[in-house]
Ligand binder design. Structure first.
Ligand code: MG
Length: 338
C-alpha cells in the first residue's frame, strides 16, 4: 500500500459560530491509499474541541507509516482493527484511513458502498442545513438565502429563544436545534417547552457532556426528543446514552470511521435509540462517506460542503436536502490524485 496525504485549511462561506466559539476556516486531513494502481480516499477534519489537530494526524501517520504500507489489505473491517491498535489515541486518523480503506474496497469490487451493503438509498433521510449563531438579522438573511426543508439552528446563547421566534416568522420548515452543551439544566427545562411551541423537532446536546444527572432529569420531563452528540463519541458511549437521551448523533470522525459507525447504528437500534448521522464540516470526501450510511439512519446532518466556500472533490449532491448519489464505486467521489 502506498500512503499519501494532503492538509487543507478551507474557508467557510460565512464565519461559523456555535456556543463554543467562531471559526473562519476548517482545517482538514485527507489521506490517499494506493493499492496496485487503485486509489482510496478518506478524510478527518480537525475539531479543536476534540484536541486532535491536523499536525497530530500527520505526525502519528509518519511515525507508523511503514506499518500501514506493509499491511496486506483484504477487507476494511480487518483493516480497522489493525488501525485501531496502531493508533489507539487518534480516532480522527483512524477514521481517515478506515474511510480510505472502504473507498478502496468498493473500487476493487466495482460497487458503491451502499450497494455492497445492500441498502436502499430511497430510504436516505433529507439532510438539514445549519444556521450558525449570528445577529438575528444575519441568521434570517442566511436562512432566506438557502430555502431548505429542514434547518438545524445553533443555540446555547442568552437570546436563543428570540432567535428561533424570529426565524419561525419567515418559514414553515422543520427546525432542529443544537445547544452544543451550552445550557444549564434550569435553562434547558425552561427553553425546551418554548422550542416545542415553535415547532422544533429535536434538541441536540442540551447540557455539558458529563452532566448525566442533569440529563436524567431532563430526559424524564422533556417534551422534545434529546440527542447526544458530545456525550456520545465512541462505541462504548451508545449504551451509556440509553435512558438519558432519545437519540445519538454518530459522526465518523469522532467514533473512528465507517467500521465502528456501522456497529454503533446496529447497537442503537437494538437499544431503541434513534440515530442521526452528523458531520464535522467535511468536504465532499467525508460527506460522501456519510451518505453511504444514510439509508440506515433516522436523521441526517451532512451539509459540510454547503457551508464551505471551497471543496476538494465532487461526488455527493443535494437537491433541496435530498441526497444525490453518483454511479462511481467506493465512496462515489472524483478527486485529483495526490
Ligand atoms: Mg452537534
Amino acid at each position: 500500500m502506498v500512503v499519501k496525504f494532503n492538509e487543507y485549511n478551507l474557508l467557510f462561506k460565512y464565519p461559523f459560530t456555535i456556543s463554543k466559539g467562531t471559526k473562519t476556516h476548517q482545517p482538514t486531513f485527507v489521506v490517499e491509499l494506493g493499492y496496485f494502481g487503485v486509489k482510496g480516499y478518506g478524510e478527518a477534519p480537525a475539531i479543536s474541541y476534540y484536541n486532535i489537530p491536523v499536525e497530530k494526524m500527520v505526525a502519528d501517520l509518519e511515525r507508523k507509516r511503514v506499518f500501514i504500507e506493509k499491511f496486506a489489505f483484504s477487507d476494511p473491517e480487518r483493516y480497522w482493527h489493525y488501525l485501531h491498535h496502531l493508533f489507539p489515541a487518534n480516532p480522527f486518523l483512524v477514521c481517515a484511513l478506515d474511510m480510505a480503506g472502504w473507498d478502496l474496497y468498493g473500487k476493487l469490487k466495482g460497487k458503491q458502498l451502499h450497494n455492497l451493503w445492500g441498502l436502499d438509498i430511497a430510504k436516505s433521510p433529507t439532510t438539514d442545513y445549519t444556521i450558525g449563531i449570528d445577529s438575528i438579522e444575519n441568521m434570517v438573511a442566511k436562512m432566506k438565502e438557502k430555502p431548505w426543508p429542514i434547518y438545524k439552528i445553533k443555540v446555547g446563547v442568552q437570546n436563543d429563544i428570540e432567535m428561533v421566534v424570529e426565524l419561525r416568522k419567515h418559514t414553515d420548515a422543520i427546525f432542529r436545534v443544537d445547544a452544543n452543551a451550552g445550557w444549564t439544566l434550569e435553562e434547558a427545562l425552561e427553553k425546551i417547552p418554548l422550542l416545542k411551541e415553535l415547532g422544533v423537532e429535536l434538541v441536540e446536546q442540551p447540557l455539558a457532556k458529563d452532566d448525566w444527572d442533569g440529563m436524567k432529569t431532563l430526559f424524564e420531563s422533556s417534551p422534545l426528543p434529546l440527542f447526544a452528540d458530545e456525550s456520545c463519541v465512541a462505541e462504548t458511549d451508545v449504551e451509556k446514552c440509553s435512558g438519558y437521551f432519545h437519540g445519538i448523533n454518530i459522526k465518523l470522525t469522532k467514533c473512528s470511521g465507517i467500521t465502528p459507525a456501522r456497529r454503533m447504528i446496529e447497537k442503537a437500534k437494538a437499544l431503541n435509540i434513534q440515530v442521526m448521522i452528523g458531520c464535522m464540516n467535511e468536504t465532499s470526501v467525508g460527506t460522501a462517506a456519510i451518505a453511504q450510511l444514510a439509508p440506515l439512519v433516522d436523521f441526517v446532518d451532512m451539509d459540510g460542503p454547503l457551508l464551505l466556500a471551497e471543496d476538494i472533490a465532487a461526488g455527493v449532491g443535494f437537491d433541496n436536502g435530498h441526497i444525490c448519489y453518483t454511479n462511481s464505486p467506493g465512496l462515489g467521489i472524483s478527486i485529483n490524485p495526490f
